[in-house]
Design a protein around this ligand. Structure first.
Ligand SMILES: [Zn+2]
Length: 387
């Protein structure tokens, strides 16, 4: 997976086995699909279950070779690739032209790096140079000051520059000496409007403080550690075509409750609990059974009514909040509810306990609802609060 480009058919077969494991019951019959596969494959902090998406993982693993090529300067495999296919203008980037003539394994890596989503993760724009001695980063081509390479900031000057591939150290030694005879740097005398630009450029160069004891360092801008990681790259690739859910799932997964309650809360947030309304939408026929809320029997059972809007449950939350000396306000759905619970003023330890209590209360409502529907157990407020 980290070296070979996996065949689409192989990935589909493996994904099918994983989906069947999830959606088929013990007797082999297919169970109802409640959550789409690409949602399940999303990272946990982005609203998924964190199941590995093999196609995306394969892309991220292959993308790592772009990073390794850039930072592992002395390794043998890199020297072989350089000797055989050469590099880009920037010697830290491998050549991507004519991949057809390349050896199949390397071709897979090169073609993968040209994929639109992958190139947004490991393309030229994803890297930034922190300048040390200035001997590696290229003055015009690399991104080292500002958010773009200088060739894009001063395209007119770049077009007429004599030395387009010079390093920062070379440019500093030329301009840093105070020599502003522009004819030495450009192929023709500067026009009036170009003189101002060149002065601006010279000021940038004079302001560079080279550190001769340290090499230039390549940084991956997509991660706060500045180092490429397959995990982060996979996450970014997943978000390319995934659904964006603004809910802060990180807090939810950090609540100290058993895995079963975590899964329940996750399903509650993404609104995939098998309530009666949810099941009817998926074609389940209830025949003589009531579709209404088990608490009030007044309106059809949906997640927001069952957990938050029903009069009976409103009373339940009122008692729980009062117990913790907090003020309960009616909410529309789980997102509002979680914001209300998360915005309470408490010290860290008490808040951890508070969030556990809230998670357990939601789980209790669901258990009581199931007991009432499947086992005909009557639910009283006192039982529910102290369940
Ligand atoms: Zn109700």
């Amino acid at each position: 997976m980290s070296l070979f480009c996996a065949l689409v058919t192989v990935i589909k077969r493996i994904d099918k086995i994983k989906r069947n494991f999830l959606w088929r019951s013990i007797d082999g019959k297919k169970k109802m699909v409640k959550i789409r596969w690409n949602v399940i494959c999303n990272p946990k902090v982005k609203g998924g279950a964190g199941v590995v998406n093999l196609g995306v993982k394969n892309k991220a693993l292959l993308a790592k070779w772009s990073w390794r090529f850039a930072v592992e300067k002395e390794v043998l495999w890199r020297k072989v690739i350089l000797a055989k296919y050469g590099s880009n203008v920037q010697c830290w980037r491998f050549k991507t032209t004519c991949p057809k003539n390349m050896y199949s394994i390397w071709k897979g890596i090169v073609v993968n790096s040209m994929d639109a989503a992958v190139s947004r993760c490991v393309g030229e724009d994803s890297f930034y140079w922190k300048i040390g001695n200035g001997k590696t980063a290229l003055f015009w081509w690399d991104k080292w000051c500002g958010d773009r390479p200088l060739k894009w900031i001063y395209p007119r000057l770049f077009r007429i520059a004599k030395s387009k591939d010079c390093t920062i150290a070379e440019m500093v030694s030329l301009l840093g000496s105070g020599n502003t005879n522009w004819n030495e740097y450009f192929t023709r005398p500067l026009l009036e409007r170009e003189v101002g630009l060149s002065k601006e450029l010279a000021e940038r160069v004079i302001g560079i403080d080279l550190n001769l004891s340290r090499e230039d360092r390549l940084c991956w801008v997509k991660d706060k550690e500045w180092v490429f990681s397959v995990k982060k790259c996979t996450e970014l690739l997943m978000l390319e075509d995934g659904e964006i859910n603004n809910f802060d799932f990180g807090i939810l997964w950090n609540i100290k409750v058993p895995p079963r309650v975590h899964s329940f809360l996750w399903i509650l947030v993404i609104d995939r609990l098998p309530t009666k309304e949810f099941l009817v939408k998926r074609g389940v026929c209830f025949q003589k059974f009531s579709l209404n809320c088990p608490w009030c029997e007044g309106v059809p059972e949906c997640t927001s009514h069952l957990f938050f809007q029903c009069k009976f449950i409103d009373g339940f939350w009122g008692r729980i909040f009062k117990w913790w000396a907090e003020v309960w306000k009616p909410v529309e759905g789980f997102s509002d509810f979680f914001v209300l619970c998360n915005n309470v003023c408490m010290n860290a330890f008490r808040k951890r306990l508070w969030l556990i209590a809230i998670a357990v209360a939601c789980w209790t409502i669901w258990l009581a609802r199931n007991g009432m529907i499947f086992d005909k157990k009557r639910v009283y407020m006192e039982n529910l609060v102290f369940l």
